[in-house]
Design a protein around this ligand. Structure first.
Ligand SMILES: Cc1cnc(Nc2ccc(CC#N)cc2)nc1Nc1cc(C2CC2)[nH]n1
Length: 327
């Protein structure tokens, strides 16, 4: 049972973690529930119950040895990032850490609503309304703005890594999986290829420096998926997907955005820009009119393809936006 660990990563950066790493048996204090919540290449997540309190948690089992390499430092990096985000209401909370010979086990807050991915691809009334997306996007941006203020970049933001405290009624978001995250100090340029093909930014494909703007690209993709249910760059294979990203081939047609306001499209366009320096920051996004309008009325009256349903057909062409609604 150690108290604080100071570690040096390959860039020579020193990181300190304060979470006690317990070596008594995890099963003495937790009961595993059969349901597997998620599975990554080197991790599996299962729901568990803390015996002392009866509280539900998510136990993330991380293998220390991967492809013959000792990856303990990478896991301690994930713990350090979670610790640094302890005050961030939209980042999943870290409760305890256990270590065995082969694994490190993170006991994390359980977000019972699951991945927003499920609602992104849901049909009809289970899918998000634009008003839902505005509220969720504000929470994601608030959480990411806090990470970026601490020079932490997530590098794997996607609908599978944004969870909900509750799906029905729609709860709050929790950002999870900091397995690829980095602390961006001014010196080191992170150039390894990371992330999930559909959501990675062009600079990752070109092995150019990664920055907090890399996360902003992914938020653009995430918002596109939440509003349309489609993944903007997904091709029939990896090469096609990479080409779509590199050329920023995005479908902003009224077909793709049926019933979605033109302000929402403007918002996405501030993020899906090839040049990272031109992308909006999380703070700038939070000031975008799409996220600051009179929600209901505005989005109804400005849905880019539908005339407002309760208005008689006007001579105006459908695509012309009507005068802004009275506040
Ligand atoms: C109900 C539930 C359903 N599906 C997932 N999926 C999922 C997605 C990404 C990762 C990748 C990670 N990390 C792990 C599981 N997590 C759930 N609850 C969690 C999951 C967690 C912590 C983050 C594990 N708390 N509550």
């Amino acid at each position: 049972n150690r108290t604080a660990i100071t570690m040096m990563n390959k860039n020579g950066m020193v990181t300190k973690i304060h979470t006690r790493i317990r070596t008594d048996p995890f099963t003495s204090n937790y009961e595993l529930l059969g349901r597997e919540l998620g599975r990554g290449k080197f991790a599996v997540v299962k729901k568990c119950i803390e015996k002392a309190t009866g509280k539900e948690h998510a136990a993330k089992f991380l293998r220390k040895r991967r492809k013959g390499e000792d990856c303990r430092m990478d896991i301690l990096n994930e713990i350090a990032v979670l610790e640094s985000a302890k005050a961030n209401p939209y980042v999943v909370a870290l409760h305890e850490v256990y270590e065995t010979n082969s694994e490190i086990i993170l006991i994390l807050e359980c977000a019972a609503g699951g991945e927003i991915f499920n609602q992104c691809v849901a049909e009809n009334d289970e899918a998000f309304t634009e008003k839902d997306v505005i509220r969720l996007a504000r929470q994601i941006l608030t959480g990411v703005a806090c990470l970026h203020r601490n020079n932490v970049v997530h590098l794997d933001l996607k609908p599978q890594n944004i969870l909900l405290t509750s799906a029905i009624p729609l709860g709050d978001i929790r950002i999870v999986d900091f397995g690829l995250s980095r602390r961006m100090d001014s010196v080191t340029e992170v150039r390894e290829i990371l992330g999930t093909p559909e959501y990675v930014a062009p600079e990752i494909l070109n092995y150019e420096p990664i920055s907090i703007a890399t996360d902003m690209w992914s938020i653009g993709v995430l918002t596109y998926v939440m509003l349309t249910g489609e993944s903007p760059f997904l091709g029939d294979n990896k090469q096609e997907t990479f080409l779509n990203i590199s050329q920023v081939n995005v479908d902003y047609s009224q077909d793709a955005f049926e019933g979605v306001s033109s302000l929402a499209i403007d918002f996405i366009k501030t993020l899906l820009l090839k040049n990272p320096r031109k992308r909006a920051t999380a703070e700038e996004c939070l000031n975008h009119p799409w996220l600051n309008g009179p929600a209901d009325l505005y989005t109804q009256l400005h849905a880019s393809s539908l005339p407002s349903l309760d208005e008689p057909e006007t001579s105006q062409s459908e695509s012309e936006p009507e005068s802004p609604a009275p506040s």
